[in-house]
Design a binder for this molecule. Sequence first.
Ligand code: AMP
Length: 230
Amino acid sequence: MNGRIGDAVAPAVVLIIGRQGAGKGVQCARLGAHLPADHVSTGDLLRLAIRAGDALGRAVEPYVEAGHLVPDELVVDLVANRLEQDRAAGWSVVLDGFPRTKQQAVLLVERTGAPISLAVNLEVPRDVALDRLSRRMVCLDCGLPGVTAKCPSCGGVAERRADDTPEAIERRLATFDAETDPLLEWLDERGLVEKVDGVGAVDVVATRLAAAVEARLLVSVTDPATATVT
Ligand code: AMP
């Protein structure tokens, strides 16, 4: 398996945009495995750096813990490096939690020259998102969110995220509301936005999301070895 969505097309860059609690983490992991594509979550990468205590981790920790956006130059650099490696290897990418602002989208395209294939707006009402966030546990080993202290995927230990406090959740949701409209407008002007209803069982939403992405990319991905452009 070479990670391409079909041999006849360039590696795709798919953005998944949705408020905190929309289910991006779980759905992007599923979509990445399905396409296949590299699932890149900026939140996961930043939390890893914080746990490692490296220079990036020390720089971003105060922002992440308080629920503020990390400065663009740090996060764009992180994503651009990964995207360039993936594209050189022929891999498609599902970006989870990036871009958060129009400026980040512009900077990424300027820096990498990578065209955005599609942006999915994974829609979940604020009250549903709040309810999910109030119960969310995240696996310390694989990063997958769930609702139990033992990760249902890898068996690792899960705990509440440090930024899933009521104050930080409020701040993050407010930032999402303020920053996302201009971002979606910019993407929509380029004909890139596809809406997907994020309310429902995980499997149901995963099927909806895969169908929307596949239809949009006009590629059969059931068997990557023989996938063809339709
Ligand atoms: P997430 O796991 O996507 O909810 O992200 C957790 C936190 O990481 C956010 O509240 C921000 O502090 C930081 N973060 C993640 N992605 C970005 C981004 N694209 N731009 C700025 N900060 C980000």
